[in-house]
Design a protein around this ligand. Structure first.
Ligand SMILES: [Zn+2]
Length: 466
């Protein structure tokens, strides 16, 4: 048996994770992500899939972020009908995010039509809400640490990766005619000291490793991100301003709610109203109850009568008109709203209304990819475009990096050191060129790893005649 891999995304970038494994008579995908961020990357969502989607026999998901699952509706629309394996929490989060993505795709096409900026007379969405729903019956939830077969020669096991609820490191064992080989996909790795999620699992052995490299060139210098968060909020409140926290609906929002609750309880910030203005984030927060075995929130709570996701000063905003009412807020308050990189969602309305006021502050709590409004704001640009309008940036912008969902360079190295047997080959994935290069050099120098930084659409023969 020969085994090869083709990189259909997240090669030299942090988006569009898709890796096609070819075993000759069986081709399957690891992750099926949407390209987000820069326009030239987003355009790839429209490229013809390199093979007929009906010939892909299965998909294995590492976690439910859109850059790992957001292409699924398009794949299914174009003919894929095989099983999609993922953890239980990933199944539920994927449903929430894919529906939202379908809605956004429809809205974008509608907007392009209205504004006439599309080359096409009748711009079509990449996929619709209905296409997203067509994915649901194919999702096959699996348990952590319990191997499952996806083919007579292929067995898969999920391990906790931290990062977000349900995220998994994926081990794939391929039984050839003469040899057995182990492949390990890190997926996105979380932090080793996340208060809510379990740390990434160490895997002792692999022939080939795919390691994410988002922060391959960065060491998170903030040992206590909650203090940095408190400082930013207190700074904003000292000006009687409003704190806006753009946060990903999945993961960061829950971590921010947890820290805010702790900070209020310890008297480190004032007990002001907190508005969680994101129906998606509210729905995801509720999944923490259903999948309580996949996180350690209950264990870290000293007092279970009060809950970081449920207390008197936390207000869930579901309806659009309630969200609009927040535009008139005059008193000190904290608004948490998606999306985390200000690429869309309700946070755009809040930014539009509150950025021009120098008393206010915007606190970013996650990675800001190239080409996003979030990155521009963090870079200190004096104005940004929202809904076709130039909005002056007078509010102060803060970036609390220690709250990122991604392992930093030290943590990536720590995970790599967990392999007691050196892998024969390691691909640096899910990182911009610089961070992938820095991590590759470090792994080579310190651990003697044979590292490769793949290019988009590049293929590699992994094993011949196994
Ligand atoms: Zn992710």
């Amino acid at each position: 048996m020969d085994v090869s891999v083709k990189f259909l995304g997240a090669a030299g970038s942090v988006t569009g994770s898709r890796y096609l494994l070819d075993l000759g008579d069986f081709e399957f995908l690891i992750d099926c992500g949407l390209f987000q961020g820069r326009k030239d990357l987003r355009r790839r969502n429209w490229d013809k899939f390199p093979m007929p989607p009906k010939d892909v026999e299965a998909v294995i998901l590492t976690h439910a972020h859109l850059d790992h699952i957001g292409y699924l509706p398009k794949l299914v629309k174009d003919g894929f009908s095989g099983p999609i394996y993922c953890t239980g929490a990933t199944t539920e989060i994927a449903k929430i995010l894919l529906l939202d993505s379908g809605k956004l795709q429809e809205e974008e096409a509608e907007y392009a039509k209205k504004k006439g900026y599309s080359k096409h007379e009748n711009p079509e969405p990449l996929y619709t809400i209905e296409d997203a729903e067509a994915v649901f019956p194919l999702l096959k939830p699996q348990e952590f640490k319990k191997p499952f077969a996806i083919h007579p020669s292929v067995e898969v096991t999920y391990y906790h990766a931290g990062h977000i609820l349900g995220a998994a490191i994926t081990k794939i064992v391929i039984k050839g005619e003469v040899q057995t080989k182990k492949l390990v996909f890190s997926g996105d790795l979380g932090r080793y000291h996340d208060p809510l999620l379990y740390p990434p699992t160490m895997i002792p052995e692999a022939d080939v490793v795919w390691i994410e490299s988002t922060y391959g060139d960065r060491v998170s210098s903030v040992p206590k991100p909650e203090e940095e968060l408190a400082n930013a909020i207190n700074d904003i409140f000292s000006r009687d301003g409003l704190a806006i926290i753009p946060a990903f609906a999945v993961g960061r929002t829950q971590l921010v709610m947890y820290y805010l609750y702790q900070l209020i309880k310890k008297g480190k910030i004032q007990n002001v109203p907190i508005y969680l203005d994101s129906p998606m984030a509210i729905n995801v927060s509720q999944l923490y109850r259903e999948f309580h075995q996949d996180h350690q929130l209950i264990a870290v709570l000293e007092d279970t009568d009060h809950h970081p996701f449920q207390h008197s000063n936390l207000h869930y905003i579901r309806k659009q008109e309630q969200s609009r009412m927040l535009n008139d807020l005059k008193e000190k308050a904290i608004i948490i709203s998606a999306s985390g990189m200000a690429t869309g969602g309700r946070v755009l309305h809040h930014l539009m209304h509150h950025l021009p006021n120098e008393r206010n502050g915007v606190i970013f709590v996650g990675y800001q990819a190239e080409g996003t409004r979030g990155r521009r704001l963090v870079n200190g640009e004096s104005g940004i475009r929202i809904f076709g309008q130039e909005v002056p940036v007078k509010a102060k912008v803060y970036n609390v990096e220690g709250l990122s969902a991604h392992a930093d360079q030290n943590e990536l190295m720590e995970w790599a050191e967990g392999f007691s047997v050196k892998p024969k080959l390691a691909f640096m994935i899910h990182g911009e060129e610089k961070s992938a290069t820095v991590l590759a050099k470090k792994l080579k120098k310190e651990l003697g790893w044979n590292t490769v930084i793949p290019n988009y659409l590049e293929s590699f023969m992994l094993f011949e005649g196994i």
